[in-house]
Design a protein around this ligand. Structure first.
Ligand code: PLP
Length: 226
């Protein structure tokens, strides 16, 4: 007997927890998307999730995703791949070609590079603006102070397909006020997607209005070293 739960079993479990949290919050579970974060895990782990019917995946590096996902996307055209890590402008072309959603639009220079790539290729993934709710100097994301202007400029003047916001609260903080701040920005700009909540805090994120939780450890187990 192997008592390590399968990826399929873990997905079933977290979906039940999502449904519970949604019900407690008076929300519909169908309004919350589950993103399976497969960073560091091999394509074989992703295939187990696909076999269980899962289709939304998150990766935090362009290069790692480029090694894992093109074949899977050919075989499963309804697979949706989300970039949830920082994007360097020199990787914009690869990222636009590979990802269906880029959740880490966090600075004017990157917005400019995405707009140029869109003008060249006629293609741009859905975009989320990453907000550095804790104003941590080492963390990516636009400051909450300039977020409103940045969202107006990118989705308005530049015409980029900004559909939501994303945050990663400081690890040492109570995440609730960070989630509340992010949800408030989304409401102000009438943005549909609120990407917040990881394995340790997704239930709180759902209480605060998350429409997308990003779970790695809860689905694939602890990340292998590399
Ligand atoms: C790795 C990662 C996650 C998943 O983290 P877990 O704690 O394993 O659920 C979520 N969001 C981002 C941005 C990540 O980099």
């Amino acid at each position: 007997m192997n008592d390590t739960p399968s990826v399929a079993a873990r997905i079933r479990d977290v979906k039940a927890q999502i449904a519970d949290a949604a019900e407690k919050a008076g929300r519909r579970e169908t309004d919350i998307r589950l993103l399976a974060v497969s960073k560091f895990h091999p394509a074989s782990a992703v295939e187990q999730a696909i076999a269980a019917g899962h289709r939304d995946f998150g990766e935090n590096r362009v290069q790692e995703a480029a090694g894992k996902y093109p074949l899977l996307k050919d075989r499963f055209p309804d697979l949706r791949l989300h970039l949830i890590g920082p994007l360097q402008t020199n990787k914009v072309r690869d990222a636009v070609a590979l990802f269906d959603v880029i959740e880490t639009l966090d600075r004017p220079k990157l917005a400019g590079a995405l707009a140029r790539e869109r003008d060249k290729t006629g293609q741009c993934p859905d975009l989320l603006v990453q907000i550095n709710t804790g104003e941590e100097p080492q963390k990516a994301g636009i400051s909450p102070v300039t977020a409103d202007e940045f969202i107006r400029k990118t989705s308005g003047t530049m015409g980029l397909p900004v559909v939501g916001v994303m945050c990663i609260p400081p690890v040492e903080d109570d995440p609730a006020p960070h989630f509340a701040l992010l949800a408030e920005v989304a409401r102000r700009h009438d943005l549909e997607v609120i990407s917040m909540g990881m394995s340790a805090d997704f239930e709180e994120a759902i209480y605060q209005g998350s429409t997308e939780v990003r779970l790695g450890t809860a689905i694939f187990g602890s990340r292998p070293d590399r």
